[in-house]
Ligand binder design. Structure first.
Ligand code: PMT
Length: 403
């Protein structure tokens, strides 16, 4: 057991409710939380909910004799291995950047001799205002660490950067700061993402609408959880996640060859939307528009089934996870696909669903059903990065159980 602890400062913002899940997630990982709830923070979450989860009293008042008698504010600021501010408001960041201390939270921030991690949360215009930019720049120069904010729709209805990072992202940042090994340390993961492109001639190809976002988010989450992660990606326009080995491919046959070269692995996640067919011959020169009005026919041949091949191969990973992109009878079809492909788990997603005006393919969100040997779990609508984080934890639990 690592025996690490944090001091969590909960600022006043709608995202304060997420700090409750943060405490729970940290406690699952053996990280103890001592909390300071600011006066504004207490407008959003109650001291009772925070103390119930943290398992001890919440501190809130610099001038309380009881608080000071139990633990002086200087000792409080130094008793943990890391100080985390979530949500970090413009007010808390501005005070620390300017060296101000007029309440318990700002005093603890100035008095601490431990690293500080901020998870900012505010309206997008506030986040982009020159004064908040100045505070953030100054804090970064002073060595303060940051996680988020993320892009997304805010409680105020506006869209852009300002949403607090998700609890699991903050947990990963805390683990990095505390140098705690993630739950997937020592695990080798292989993830595929994006579409494949099957050439028709030098200028045309067959492909699909996959953006790669779901697969990249999974690779990112696995790497953050400590897995040695290789991502094999079809053509997409996404930046590679930090700490992930990226192999770029174009066709299904190249993707299969790249996967085989990256084995052995403990876990395979096939999130790529692989083309089932390809033109039997890719013409060497551009096919001309017919002058005699005969439409050229393209004959299709079947591509290798990568998931089926790897699930039945000599180097089968311990945990083989496929996706099922379905439009009808989503769970029934995915259950059949699990058996047909020889996967341990299938993640079914309804690619005809409309999630906040976007399709699953190409969009930011997903709603999945995890089909395993024990049945079907229906997950709520989540950001693709949250699907990745949750999946990484489920994979860690499964591999631990199977070890
Ligand atoms: O990329 P995004 O825009 O974020 O969208 C994500 C996604 C919708 C593409 C993703 O969540 C998803 O569903 N990926 C799988 C898409 C797919 O090809 O589904 P399928 O039902 O046709 O295939 C089933 C499984 O077999 C998949 O794991 C697929 O990778 C695999 N397969 C399919 C064909 C083939 N020739 N070889 C394969 O390995």
């Amino acid at each position: 057991m690592h025996g690490k602890s944090i001091l969590l400062i909960i600022g006043g913002g709608i995202a304060a409710y997420k700090s409750l899940e943060l405490i729970r997630r940290l406690s699952e990982r053996g990280v103890k939380t001592r909390a300071i709830l600011t006066k504004a923070g207490a407008e959003f979450v109650t001291p009772l909910s925070v103390s119930s989860l943290a398992g001890e009293k919440v501190f809130s008042d610099l001038f309380s004799l009881t608080d000071e008698a139990e633990m002086g504010h200087i000792e409080l600021s130094r008793s943990a291995d890391l100080v985390v501010v979530a949500p970090a408001t413009a007010d808390l960041m501005g005070k620390l950047a300017g060296g101000l201390a007029n309440d318990l939270a700002s005093t603890a921030l100035l008095a601490t001799d431990k690293p500080i991690l901020m998870a900012p949360a505010m309206n997008v215009r506030m986040w982009e205002s020159p004064s908040v930019r100045r505070s953030v720049e100054q804090l970064k120069k002073d060595g303060v660490l940051f996680v988020g904010p993320n892009d997304g729709e805010m409680a105020c209805g506006e869209f852009g950067p300002g949403r607090m990072a998700e609890p699991l992202e903050i947990v990963a940042a805390i683990e990095r700061a505390l140098k705690i090994e993630g739950p997937l340390a020592g695990v080798r993961a292989l993830v595929t993402a994006g579409p494949t492109r099957e050439p028709v001639d030098p200028v045309r190809f067959l492909a699909n609408h996959s953006s790669g976002k779901q697969g990249y988010a999974i690779a990112d989450a696995l790497a953050r959880a400590g897995a040695d992660t290789t991502l094999i990606s079809g053509p997409v326009s996404l930046a590679p996640p930090t700490g992930v080995k990226l192999m770029r491919v174009t066709t299904a046959r190249e993707m299969l060859a790249a996967c085989e070269s990256a084995l052995p692995a403990d876990v395979l996640v096939m999130a790529a939307a692989v083309a089932d067919w390809r033109p039997d011959i890719a013409a060497n020169s551009k096919i001309k528009k017919s002058t005699d009005r005969i439409v050229p026919l393209i004959k299709l041949v079947e591509n290798p089934d990568i998931l089926h091949t790897l699930a039945h191969g000599p180097q089968r990973p311990r945990l083989v996870i496929g996706f099922a992109a379905e439009t009808d009878d989503v769970v029934e079809n995915a259950v059949a696909k699990r058996a047909r492909k020889g996967a341990d788990w299938i993640i079914a997603n309804d690619v005809s669903a409309n999630l906040d005006g976007e399709s699953v393919m190409g969009g930011e969100k997903n709603r999945i059903h995890l089909i395993s040997e024990t049945g079907t779990e229906d997950w709520p609508e989540l950001s693709k990065s949250e699907v990745g984080s949750r999946l990484a934890l489920r994979i860690a639990d499964k591999l631990k159980g199977a070890a």
